[in-house]
Ligand binder design. Structure first.
Ligand code: UDP
Length: 419
């Protein structure tokens, strides 16, 4: 089948670990590639953020990235991209003239709007069957607003447009049970919600292989975009509590965001460094900056535990990556982490925003090597069983297949419904 993916801000070709480049980029790249391995033809539409980018870039056999001009051809924060979604839809429609897809799959709320606009405009112009629209939100504005309040920089339009996208698409593909509950609370008809989790590349991220050299102290790590909601400061506080309790044998390595010379321009990096200094643990904390995805396995293998302490987490691919490498995970009991980590089996759950609980969980894992090994082994098994991208692609393909056999309801263009 011919599949259009729309991922407005998250190009599968982007460098990861920056403020707006993380799980969605990985998800779109890996899902598209896994679908192509199953014999499908995938085109990923993303916004051109560099004038020098060619229009079409091959990503893998059967997967092509199309850089659509929509807004300035330079990096623009994702929360400022809403005005360009019509141009993105127009670019997608232009390309559909060459090859009309069998299904279009939007990633993030704004891509959902562009996908719906393209689907209903193509239908109005040419008649026939409408291209079915599948939507993965990756994050929901309602949840973000609940946790970030006035610090939420999403455009005002998100409050109206996101629920409209959720109600109007043909299928919402939720990534975890917590998201299903959030969608229900938004008034989305659960009959059109299916679940397919995010995945992990279990071949790349595996327990056996080279590990980064390290000292004799225990190594714990945080990996991800360096944004406040990931709760990296809570892990620094937990480390400070361990140190105050006389544990001087633990180091914390933080991967993501800026490192080296550019760290000085990264506000979150500066904030975390200042916090470590104030807590008296600066010499035990290293801020590495982003690591290339291919270098992560070696890094994970050097860790005794990976801590994920977000305030909220729509899914969270990093814990799957640690589990795939056989590393125990300490995770806040929020969002997707409630599905992916089994407490006491593949890692330990802690209440959100609770450094003392993180410190206690660390002691349990660091001081009990057989327990840590058992957690790591069970984590690996769980990723192999439930979270390979091949399985995620198969679940996604089933959703596409169901839509191909159905007749699509008419969609009123966003402008007509006052959006
Ligand atoms: N990542 C990376 N290098 C970094 C930081 C992050 O490759 O320096 C990757 C990480 O391995 C994971 C993704 O970015 O695949 C982050 O996804 P996650 O779902 O954990 O968080 P999100 O970015 O969606 O909030």
């Amino acid at each position: 089948m011919r599949i259009s993916m729309v991922s407005e801000h998250a190009s599968p070709l982007a460098v990861l670990g920056g403020v707006d480049a993380g799980g969605q980029n990985v998800h779109v790249a890996a899902l598209s590639t896994a679908l192509a391995r199953r014999g499908h033809e995938v085109c990923v539409y993303t916004r051109r953020d560099d004038a020098a980018l060619p229009e079409r870039v091959p990503l893998a056999d059967g997967v092509e990235v199309v850089n659509v001009t929509a807004g300035p051809a330079r990096p623009v924060p994702k929360d400022e991209l809403f005005p360009y979604m019509n141009d993105l839809a127009t670019g997608i429609l232009d390309d559909w003239r060459r090859r009309r897809p069998d299904v279009v799959h939007g990633h993030f709320w704004m891509s959902g709007l562009a996908a719906l606009t393209a689907s209903c405009t193509e239908h109005l112009n040419h008649g026939g069957d409408r291209v079915p629209v599948v939507q993965t939100f990756h994050a929901l504005g309602t949840v973000k607003r609940r946790h970030q309040g006035a610090d939420d920089t999403s455009p005002a339009e998100r409050e109206r447009v996101e629920p409209w996208v959720a109600r109007t698409v043909d299928t919402v593909l939720a990534t975890c049970s917590d998201e299903v509950a959030e969608l229900e609370a938004m008034g989305v008809d659960l009959a059109k919600v299916s679940v397919a989790p995010c995945g992990v590349d279990t071949t790349l991220l595996a327990p056996h292989g080279p590990a980064e050299a390290r000292g004799r102290v225990h190594r714990i790590a945080v990996v991800g975009r360096l944004v406040p909601r990931k709760g990296t400061d809570l892990v620094i506080e937990a480390l400070a509590q361990l140190t105050a309790a006389g544990r001087d044998d633990v180091e914390l390595v933080i991967v993501g965001g800026s490192g080296g010379a550019s760290a000085a321009e990264d506000p979150e990096c500066l904030r975390l460094a200042a916090l470590a200094k104030a807590a008296g643990v600066a010499e035990r904390v290293s801020l590495r900056g982003s690591l290339a995805h291919d270098d992560l396995p070696q890094f994970f293998r050097s860790c005794d535990a990976v801590v994920c302490a977000p305030w909220y987490e729509p899914f969270g691919i990093v814990p799957l990556e640690a589990m795939a490498c056989g590393v125990p995970v300490i995770a806040a009991r929020v969002g997707g982490l409630t599905d992916s980590i089994v407490d006491g089996v593949t890692g330990l759950h802690v209440p959100p925003r609770d450094p003392a609980a993180i410190a206690a969980a660390l002691i349990r894992i660091l001081d009990d090597a057989p327990f840590a090994r058992a957690l790591g082994k069970a984590g690996r098994e769980r990723t192999e069983r439930l979270y390979t991208w091949d399985r995620v692609a198969q679940l996604t393909e089933e959703v596409y297949d169901r839509l191909l056999g159905a007749s699509m309801a008419r969609i009123e263009p966003a402008a007509l419904v006052g959006l």
